[in-house]
Design a protein around this ligand. Structure first.
Ligand SMILES: [Zn+2]
Length: 398
């Protein structure tokens, strides 16, 4: 994909969870893309590129979602940089998900597990001792090298797969980790799965939870690839409408404020999930957004008043969106420091920032902006150990 290509854009007016009317919470004019990296400095056109976006709220079911969907073929071209194995926070989240999953399975085992949106099969690789047969489904597999031979892989979308080929009652475990939020039609997806699964099939999903996003004021997690932001109530309503029943749920707050959710074909019983968090009301959403914006404004002002040299620490994939909310203040950094050798020597595809190692950096004589905010506790601790002269966090809470 050229960094300046234009996608098709679909305006969304009805809630993807319940079909209700949407209210616009706020506009995000010219919101940049994320996950773009390159070998050379980005062009002026790439630096200026952005697409108008908005975050919407459904007062009926409390679902949050984007107001505009960019064409998936554009968003998930091979230059989309995210791979699970290459991300430390994602790898920790995979272990967390596996540990929770084992508590759901009789004797911790199953016969056939299907994961859709399996990315580079990181999660399935951890289940060799759990399932007799493992199947990974993801269009991205067409661009993934060195796949494990003992996992069956299908480089297609879940809607193009007949799950009954894996047994008359379907597979006994269906996983979906950090994929539902990318899908334009979760209602259609659940209808498809409902028609293909058996009564014994356990579904285990993980996705960012709107309740935690609001509680932590993390509007920097709103970006073009995440179309859906389910609240506990909106996903519970969707499950009930498709006649699923709740088995279990838990949260992993440190990884995208995630909700981990297990369910099967049945009859409702989603009240514990519905009632787990206070209902998301418009006034609270607006208040959380204002708290977020105040922190971004304060951080930008602090960076303006910080003596150089200033470096970013942690080459987070969401940095273009963070910089957007900081009003471009992250571009004051001389470079972004990251310990990941695979990232070093690269440039952000749409920020004038190179990624380099910490070799030769005068830590005591420099200021550092935490630029991978999901790891801000670990980064703050590491910078303190390295004797950093000044540490700036975009968020007041660590
Ligand atoms: Zn709704």
């Amino acid at each position: 994909m050229s960094a300046t290509a234009s996608p098709g854009i679909t305006e969304i007016t009805a809630c993807c969870a319940c079909g209700g009317d949407l209210e616009t919470l706020f506009e995000l004019p010219r919101l940049p893309l994320t996950g773009l990296y390159g070998e050379t400095p980005p062009t002026a056109a790439a630096l200026a590129q952005g697409f108008d976006q908005s975050l919407c709220y459904c007062p009926n079911c409390t679902h949050l979602q984007l107001g505009r969907f960019l064409d998936g073929g554009f968003l998930y071209d091979t230059s989309y940089g995210f791979r699970t194995a290459g991300s430390q926070t994602a790898s920790a989240a995979t272990r967390y998900f596996r540990d929770w999953l084992l508590t759901l399975l009789p004797a911790g085992r199953c016969d056939t597990v299907v994961e859709f949106g399996c990315n580079d099969t990181t999660l399935l690789q951890t289940l060799a001792d759990v399932a007799r047969q493992r199947i990974g489904i993801d269009p991205i597999l067409a661009h993934t090298a060195d796949l494990p031979a003992d996992i069956t892989t299908l480089a297609v979308g879940i809607e193009d797969v007949d799950l009954r080929q894996f047994g008359a009652d379907g597979p006994d475990l269906i996983l979906c980790q950090h994929t539902l939020e990318h899908m334009p039609d979760p209602d259609g997806l659940l209808r498809h799965l409902r028609g293909q699964a058996g009564h014994q099939t356990i579904f285990a999903f993980e996705f960012p939870c709107a309740d935690l996003l609001i509680a932590q004021q993390r509007f920097d997690q709103v970006f073009h690839q995440h179309l859906q932001y389910f609240s506990c109530r909106s996903i519970a309503g969707l499950l009930e409408r498709h006649c699923f029943e709740l088995i279990d749920f838990t949260f992993n707050a440190s990884h995208w404020g995630a909700l981990l959710l297990a369910f099967r074909i049945g009859r409702g019983g989603c009240e514990p999930l519905q009632q787990r968090q206070p209902r998301l009301e418009r006034a609270r959403l607006d208040g959380a957004h204002e708290l977020f914006r105040n922190q971004m404004r304060a951080c930008a002002a602090l960076l303006d008043a910080t003596e150089p040299p200033l470096y970013g620490f942690g080459a987070g994939q969401m940095l273009p969106v963070l910089d957007y909310h900081l009003g471009g203040a992250a571009r004051r950094c001389t470079a972004i420091i990251d310990d990941d050798r695979a990232r070093q020597g690269q440039w952000y595809g749409n920020l004038p920032l190179a990624i380099q190692s910490s070799a030769g950096i005068d830590f005591a004589g420099s200021a550092f902006l935490i630029t991978a905010v999901d790891s801000r506790r670990a980064i703050a601790a590491r910078l303190a150990t390295l004797g950093a002269g000044r540490i700036v966090s975009p968020f007041l809470s660590l």
